[in-house]
Each structure stands twice: as structure tokens, then as C-alpha cells.
Ligand binder design. Structure first.
Ligand SMILES: Nc1ncnc2c1ncn2[C@@H]1O[C@H](COP(=O)(O)OP(=O)(O)O)[C@@H](O)[C@H]1O
Ligand SMILES: [Mg+2]
Length: 417
């Protein structure tokens, strides 16, 4: 603990120093305090310092809680939990010194391309579960899991912040029934002021996961009483297929059960199910990718058939036309084309891209097959003995055209695309 001489820190001004730390800038403000970027000049390390609000200064319990946060976080060493370096008091204001994170709060990160897609989101959810499980293993309940307490670093590592209201699970404070936290992500038992355990954090985490998928929390409302009522008694509005695949919806539904007994009992259990969902999606992705590749190969085969038929007809430009069709296909689906080269280094196609390609490939395949069928029947017709055609009567006007001319005309028609 750092003992600091009386440096004045008024709540709304940015102090120059906090303890032995030189303040660089203010980076955030929350319900319990303000956060500054600062430098530990003794070792030249950049840090983040959370300073407790002035008006809480005289509240022993909140103050005590603040120090408890520091101690608890100091005990936890895990990539998904923010690291605490130090804590102390400056000008009567308790502060906590932690690693300065570079990246984005979860809301900001979700708006970046890196977070697009349900796979990326499940990856973040799994990291949150891991960090929480470690805290729970230490007997610590976070009690305030919400989007602003989840931070994503540049390398994609998610960190749980702000064990500011966390208390030791066995603590006498737990039994006080004090209402803490953000109502929108609160568990029903917490909203009702009842005792909470790890399953309460699990519920809040699932509420944040829902928000990640839906863009709004499961109990969102502009009115506080309505939020509380929804938390306690309303099922969350169902997520759509586009927001989350069915297996993921099932997992979240269980995690958001009103009764703790009906939820996953530990974050590792939720983590395991999320992992299973992700594996299932991977499997589904591979099946769609394979289907796209199969259709692509089919189209190539039809083009080659056309080439053979064109050649046997002696159609001028048959090869060139088929080459062009292949080139068009390659340009339109470069990733699929790359998969046709033996031994090539392949990038994954991706579910969304593969599904989109699939539709377009099916249409192209139909066109090619129709073109080939037309060419075939025209060939059969052209090759029929002349007398037979004459006997048919209807085609006699064609008699002047040579087989070759008619095939060439047909060829132009079917390759016009
Ligand atoms: N260690 C940190 N490194 C970088 N930014 C942080 C750190 N801790 C907190 N912040 C930022 O400061 C903001 C305010 O934090 P906080 O006081 O916990 O308020 P709240 O969580 O209620 O928004 C957070 O949203 C976060 O973006
Ligand atoms: Mg916070």
C-alpha cells in the first residue's frame, strides 16, 4: 500500500499526481469513481488509476469495499482479469493502481470487424467465463458484470474490470442484502436483494452475451421499475436466427433462467456448452464450405463437357469460350478457385461467404447445365440423317445451313451468359 502525502484530489478536476503516480489524463468515470491514465515514475510504467469518488469518502462500508476490490484483484492472476499493482490513499481518496489497458471497452470492440460474426462473439463469451470462473474459484463474486466492465485489448484478450462491488462470497457483507450493481444486467435474486452466489454472475454474464448478440440487453427499458420487473419475471425477447444460431439461443436461455438452480451451476459449465456450440458451428461451416466447393467443381465439369462437345462439333472458338467461362468463374470465386489448385495454401472460406457463394453457384450450375443440354439436343438434331429431318418436314427450311454453322450459332447463344 502506498502512503502518500496530502495531495488534493477534488472529484471533478484532473489531479497532477496521485500518490507517487503522475497523472497523464482522465480516461473514464463510473458510479464508484474516476479512472486516470498515469505513470509510475519510479519504474517508468504506464498505469491506470481508479480513484474513489469524494462523496463516498466518509462511507466506511463503501471505502472498505474499495480496498477489498484491490486485495481480491491482487490475488487473481489470469489473462481475463485485470491485474492490480498497488493501492493507497491520496488526499483522503482511496485509489487502486492497475495495468493500463489498451484497446476498447466491449461496446466499442463489438463495432469493429474483428468482432463481426457469431464465432468471434462466442470467443469473447468464453473468455469472460474463464475470467469469472477464476474469481469464483477464489470465492469472489463480481456482482457487477455489465458491458462497461468488460474490456478487449488490441490482441483480442478480454479483461474483466472493476471488482469494485465484488465481495468475498463468504463475507458477512453478503448477507446484508445491500442492493448493488446495474439493474439491467442484474440477476433476479440480486434485484430482489437476496443472497447471491457464482450463479448470479453467470446470469449477468449471459445477459451481457445476449446484449452482444441482440444489440440490447434482455431486460432493456427506459424505466428502472420496468427493468427490475423484467429481470425478476419476464423471459427475454427471443433472439432471431440471424442474431444467434439455435444451439446458442438454447444455452443462453438456460443461463438466463430465473431460478439459479435451473442455470448452469458454474461458469466452466457454461464455457463447455459455448465451446460445444462453437464446434457445432465449425462443423456446419465446413459442411457449407464443402457444398460450395462441390458445386464449383460440378460447374467446372459441365464447362469441360461443353468443351468436349464443342470440339467434336468442330465449333470455332469452343476452347476459348470455355477458357473464358472458367476465367469468369475464377474471378468471381477466387477463394474457391484457389482450392482447385493441388497443394495450394488455403484460407478458410468462412460460413457467410460460403453460404452466399452457394446460392450463386447453384444458379450458375443451372445455367451451364441448361446450355449443355441445349447444345446436346441441337447436336443430336444436326447429326440426324438428312432424310429423316426432311420427312419430319418442319426443319426443311434449315437444310441450307451446314451442321457446323448451326452449331456455331448455337454456341454463340449459349455462351452469351
Ligand atoms: N485498467 C484500465 N485501463 C484502461 N481503461 C480503463 C481501465 N479501467 C477502467 N477503464 C475505463 O474507464 C471507464 C470507467 O470505469 P469505471 O469507473 O469502472 O466505470 P463503469 O464501469 O461504471 O463505466 C471504463 O469504462 C473503462 O473504459
Ligand atoms: Mg467499471
Amino acid at each position: 500500500m502506498t502512503a502518500a502525502p496530502g495531495v488534493t484530489t477534488t472529484p471533478d478536476e484532473t489531479p497532477q499526481h496521485i500518490g507517487r503516480y503522475r497523472v497523464v489524463e482522465s480516461i473514464g468515470k463510473g458510479a464508484m469513481g474516476r479512472v486516470f491514465a498515469a505513470v509510475d515514475e519510479a519504474i517508468g510504467r504506464r498505469v491506470a488509476i481508479k480513484v474513489m469518488m469524494g462523496d463516498l469518502e466518509d462511507e466506511t462500508e463503501v471505502r472498505e469495499r474499495f480496498y477489498r476490490e484491490a486485495k481480491i484483484m491482487g490475488q487473481l492472476s489470469h489473462p481475463n482479469v485485470v491485474t492490480v499493482f498497488d493501492f493507497g490513499e491520496s488526499g483522503g481518496h482511496p485509489f487502486i493502481v492497475m495495468e493500463l489497458l489498451e484497446g476498447l471497452a466491449l461496446a466499442g470492440y463489438l463495432a469493429t470487424p474483428a468482432a463481426a460474426g457469431v464465432d468471434a462473439k462466442i470467443g469473447l463469451m468464453m473468455q469472460a467465463c474463464e475470467g469469472l470462473q477464476v474469481a469464483h474459484n477464489h470465492g469472489v463474486i463480481h456482482r457487477d458484470i455489465k458491458p462497461s466492465n468488460l474490456f478487449v485489448q488490441r490482441d483480442g484478450t478480454l479483461k474483466i474490470l472493476d471488482f469494485g462491488v465484488a465481495r468475498l462470497a463468504q463475507s458477512h457483507l453478503t448477507r446484508a442484502g445491500f442492493l448493488l450493481g446495474t439493474p439491467e444486467y442484474m440477476s433476479p435474486e440480486q434485484a430482489q436483494g437476496r443472497p447471491v452466489d457464482a450463479r448470479s454472475d453467470l446470469f449477468s454474464a449471459a445477459a451481457v452475451f445476449y446484449w452482444m448478440l441482440a444489440g440490447q440487453g434482455p431486460f432493456a427499458s427506459p424505466e428502472l421499475p420496468k427493468i427490475l420487473r423484467a429481470v425478476v419475471s419476464d423471459p427475454p425477447p427471443p433472439l432471431t436466427d440471424a442474431q444467434a444460431p439455435e444451439p446458442l439461443r438454447r444455452v443462453l436461455k438456460k443461463a438466463l433462467a430465473k431460478s439459479p438452480a435451473e442455470r448452469h451451476q458454474q461458469c466452466v459449465d457454461l464455457l463447455a456448452e459455448l465451446e460445444q456450440v462453437r464446434r457445432g458451428l465449425d462443423g456446419a461451416t465446413r459442411r457449407i464450405e464443402q457444398a460450395a466447393l462441390d458445386w464449383y467443381k460440378q460447374i467446372l465439369a459441365v464447362i469441360e463437357e461443353r468443351r468436349v462437345l464443342g470440339r467434336s462439333f468442330g465449333v470455332t472458338g469452343a476452347d476459348a469460350s470455355c477458357d473464358e467461362a472458367v476465367a469468369r468463374l475464377t474471378a468471381r470465386f477466387p477463394v474457391l478457385a484457389a482450392h482447385m489448385t493441388p497443394g495450394a495454401l488455403l484460407e478458410p472460406i468462412g460460413r457467410v461467404a460460403a453460404a452466399a457463394a452457394l446460392e450463386s453457384l447453384k444458379r450458375r450450375h443451372n445455367t451451364e447445365v441448361a446450355a449443355l443440354a441445349a447444345l446436346r439436343s441441337e447436336a443430336a438434331e444436326a447429326l440426324r440423317p438428312q432424310e429423316e429431318r426432311a420427312a419430319g418436314g418442319a426443319e426443311s427450311s434449315d437444310q441450307g445451313a451446314s451442321v457446323r454453322d448451326r452449331a456455331a450459332a448455337l454456341w454463340r447463344r449459349v455462351t452469351k451468359d
